[in-house]
Design a protein around this ligand. Structure first.
Ligand SMILES: [Zn+2]
Length: 317
């Protein structure tokens, strides 16, 4: 019977879109179709509804540091998969794929540069690398960045964008919380400023450690910031959560954040804060020699005048 053997003809391919790939981007918040170049020009903030889209760590470093220039520090560290972990995929394969797609060794970029002339060490987390999760490499790199800031006596900035500790490294990833917090305490003793910038999303062990330990904690508008997810909390306390819970605005209102800063104003705000902390006058020439020495002297003078610096650290439960 011939109709049982009827040959299957493939369906005709859908007409190709006339729009080239990547020319337009849809805003996740307001669904507006936007010209990608315009969004990039606007630091990946929706011009229509002010939604702050995610930035990669490289985009972040370029957006914050003078002339978009920086020197990458603490390279050459990669995870050796201590638990030989496999979930739906092998952890080693996940690492390899993330390395390829992001061009980074792990979920953080450490950069030395300047903000409005003030030298800083910046750690920018990369969400595209296994959800920006903190494993042994991220922990070690951030700890070393803090040590570098301590050594050079220049401010440390950490831009958090992370789903928390990296499950695939088990307890070793949790230990990074204590390790980084310990170095930050040394920074505090030495009066070296640390500014934390929380972006969407900052959750889990990152929130529960260094992201909330800044001398100043800044956040971008409407960023999701929390420890456990809202569903887990609701089930635990058996109560519906208030609206806007775990967003920057709610946290600022409840004293967990110092300031919410729009991306377009971030560099200027950081410049002001850094000058305040390092007591510098605006530089006549950002590349003046011996600036780091001057900051060091000024910081020592400040330390002598005010040995007890007020810390705004929030207790973490
Ligand atoms: Zn929008």
């Amino acid at each position: 019977m011939s109709w049982f053997k009827k040959e299957k003809t493939p369906l005709p391919a859908a007409k190709q879109s006339r729009m080239p790939e990547g020319l337009w981007t849809k805003c996740r918040e307001c669904a507006e179709i936007l010209y990608t170049k315009e969004i990039v020009r606007n630091l990946s903030v929706c011009p229509k509804c002010n939604y702050h889209m995610g930035l990669s760590s490289v985009e972040r470093a370029k957006a914050l540091l003078d002339d978009g220039r920086y020197e990458e520090l603490e390279t050459g560290l990669t995870s050796n998969d201590p638990l030989e972990f496999t979930d739906t995929k092998r952890y080693r394969d996940r690492l390899a794929r993330s390395r390829e797609s992001t061009g980074l060794e792990d979920a953080v970029l450490i950069a030395a540069g300047r903000i409005l002339g003030v030298p800083v060490v910046l750690a920018a987390m990369e969400y595209g690398f296994i959800g920006g999760s903190m494993g042994v490499v991220v922990g070690e790199k951030i700890a070393r960045a803090a040590e570098r800031a301590l050594e050079r006596k220049i401010p440390l900035l950490i831009v958090s964008r992370s789903g928390g500790a990296r499950m695939q490294e088990g307890a070793i990833s949790l230990m990074q919380m204590a390790k980084i917090s310990a170095v930050l305490a040394r920074l505090d003793e030495a009066n070296v400023p640390y500014i934390s910038i929380l972006t969407d999303p900052t959750t889990g062990g990152v929130t529960a450690s260094f992201a909330m330990l800044g001398d100043i904690n800044l956040a971008e508008p409407k960023a999701l910031i929390g420890f456990a997810g809202p569903r887990v909390i609701e089930q635990t306390i058996r109560e519906p959560l208030p609206s806007g819970f775990q967003r920057s605005e709610y946290l600022e209102e409840h004293g967990m954040l110092d300031m919410i800063v729009e991306r377009a104003a971030m560099r200027e705000t950081l410049g002001k804060l850094l000058r305040f902390f390092t007591q510098r006058v605006p530089p006549s020439s950002p590349s003046a020699p011996g600036m780091e020495d001057r900051i060091e002297v000024e910081m020592e003078a400040e330390a002598a005048l005010a040995p007890e610096r007020v810390s705004n650290e929030e207790p973490v439960s």
